[in-house]
Ligand binder design. Structure first.
Ligand code: HEC
Length: 194
């Protein structure tokens, strides 16, 4: 205990010495992550996640995905090869693991630009197809990731054909993460975050 507080003092002294430099925030951050109890907290979190079945996602059954228009069960074989880990997780949780991942979001925009923007506009502001960044949805189920996937994968009316087989399920998840990132509707209606 004594040596620990001595170390902390020493550490604080180093932080102080660097106070005038840009290193202060990072110094502070590592001090926080080393705070007593943080290890215990993360262990409790992990145990809770395990209890909730979050950790063993692979063992969970695949959810029932249905066409937004037809209501029929969707054929999840898109002929694009084995599912990525993200897709496997999504099919079991209905939550897009790519949301809030800056790298994937960037790539999602690249895919959107080639596969969707011709009809939905460069920034999904709407063109031939509707805007996709606001909180108005023709199909209210799109407010959740599962519903949004069902609409994109299985298609909507008319020109909104199924994207199944055109782009992979993983690419659809990437596009979806970009769409969620540009959302400018009422934050209370951002249901996929719950
Ligand atoms: C050929 C034109 C065209 C392309 C390409 C296209 N869409 Fe659409 N999309 C439409 C039209 C038209 C609608 C409206 C159809 C409807 O309401 O059923 C629509 C509807 C949608 C909806 C439903 C919106 C709502 O308000 O519920 C989503 C989501 C969507 N598109 C996403 C995409 C994504 C993502 C891509 C690219 C992977 C894409 N679309 C490619 C024309 C297109």
């Amino acid at each position: 205990m004594v040596s620990l507080s001595f170390k902390n003092k020493q550490y604080s002294a180093i932080c102080m010495a660097l106070a005038m430099s840009v290193f202060l925030p990072s110094c502070h951050a590592s001090e926080q992550s080393a705070a007593p109890g943080s290890k215990v907290d993360s262990t409790i979190q992990l145990a809770a996640a395990d209890q909730a079945g979050v950790v063993d996602v692979a063992a969970a059954p695949i959810l029932d995905f249905r066409g937004t228009i037809s209501g029929d069960v969707l054929d999840l074989n898109d002929g694009k090869g084995p599912d990525t880990e993200a897709v496997q997780e999504f099919l079991r949780t209905g939550k897009n693991p790519y949301n809030d991942n800056p790298e994937v979001i960037k790539n999602g925009y690249t895919i959107f630009s080639t596969a969707c923007s011709g009809c939905h506009g460069h920034l999904a502001e709407g063109k031939l197809g509707p805007a996709l960044a606001d909180d108005y949805w023709t199909y209210p189920g799109n407010i959740l990731d599962k519903g949004l996937f069902e609409t994109i994968y299985g298609g909507g009316q008319g020109m909104m054909g199924p994207q199944r087989g055109l782009i992979s399920k993983d690419e659809i998840l990437q596009v979806m993460s970009w769409l969620r990132s540009i959302y400018e509707g009422d934050p209370k209606k951002a249901k996929w975050k719950n």
